[in-house]
Design a protein around this ligand. Structure first.
Ligand code: NDP
Length: 286
């Protein structure tokens, strides 16, 4: 049975599935198998990045799957070392080549550091030329997002940021709403940290709906109209994470989950200067 995944409409009219499959930390030699399994399970949105070093495997899986290209929504991301207008365009070509595609659905600036203004101008050109249907950013805190929007022509279609029950991003969400930027969550299961799967509130709500903690956490994002991209290498979990469209969290469930917010990052805080410096030095063979 094919799962019907609802879509959201981005600020340029492009439709994007509300739920997709992320491939961070899946090594290149396992990613083809994982993505083939995900496509078989019914995922149509795939989220990779040049920095994940598995674009080739994602491309092989897409080719092997036989899923028509126009049913897929493929995102990749530009890494800091390739920011600047000319290098960004060259990096885009290399990503497309590794993916074996002639266009992307969404191209994201991976991090808000370095010459991301130059990168954004390249993205605007790529978007206008129809080489990527939408462009967006990732890990942009509200101040940087507001600045980028103020000084450029195209408003990012998406901002992909760490978002889960322990870091709910309500202010970010409000600002994105005001500017027509779609909120996309990375790390929707908090990468399993902070006792995520044993959290008493989540366990209790899961029991009441006969669902798993992962399904409750994903459903909570979906009910906030946040696109999300859980990662798993296990087919049974891929299926579980997709099976979130046959129930509704009540207002009381939503309010109890709101109470879990710690309003701070648990995975990677982009405000920490030493992390910013570290990211700026990370290089990938591209
Ligand atoms: P997630 O929150 O999706 O957690 C993934 C972890 O949860 C894995 O260890 C996985 O293990 C486990 N898991 C998945 N499903 C279940 C389940 N149903 N029950 C129990 N455990 C489960 O973390 P990610 O960091 O991977 O985030 C998702 C995606 O977001 C990434 O793959 C990537 O595409 C994107 N991302 C983007 C970032 C950015 O800077 N823009 C940063 C980080 C992620 P297993 O595989 O063994 O099942």
């Amino acid at each position: 049975m094919t799962v019907q995944i609802p879509q959201v409409t981005l600020n340029n009219g492009v439709q994007m599935p509300l739920l997709g499959f992320g491939v961070f930390q899946i090594p290149d030699d396992q990613a083809q198998q994982a993505v083939e399994a995900a496509l078989e399970a019914g995922y149509r949105l795939l989220d990779t990045a040049a920095a994940y070093e598995n674009e080739r495997a994602v491309g092989r899986a897409v080719a092997a799957s036989g899923v028509p290209r126009d049913e897929l929504f493929i995102t990749t991301k530009l890494w800091i070392q390739d920011y600047g207008q000319d290098s960004a365009k060259r990096a885009f070509d290399r990503s497309l080549d590794r993916l074996g595609l002639d266009h992307l659905d969404l191209y994201l600036i991976h991090q808000p550091f370095g010459d991301y203004y130059g990168a954004w101008r390249a993205m605007e050109e790529l978007n206008r030329a129809g080489r990527t249907r939408a462009i967006g950013v990732s890990n942009f805190y509200p101040d940087r997002l507001a600045d980028l929007i103020t000084h450029n022509e195209i408003v990012p279609a998406v901002n992909q940021i760490e978002t889960h029950v322990f870091f709910q991003r309500s202010d970010d969400h409000k600002l994105m709403r005001e500017h027509g930027v779609q909120h996309e969550s990375w790390g929707p299961l908090a990468e399993g940290g902070q006792g995520f799967f044993d959290n008493p509130v989540l366990v209790d709500i899961a029991r009441a709906h006969d669902k798993s903690v992962a399904q409750i956490a994903l459903r909570w994002l979906i009910q906030r109209e946040i696109v999300t991209i859980p990662k798993s290498v296990r087919p049974e979990r891929m299926a579980e994470n997709l099976d979130v469209f046959d129930f509704q969290l009540t207002e009381d469930d939503m309010a109890r989950i709101t109470g879990l917010d710690t309003a701070r990052s648990h995975i990677f805080d982009h405000h920490e200067p030493e992390k910013v410096t570290w990211l700026g030095g990370v290089r990938f063979a591209t």
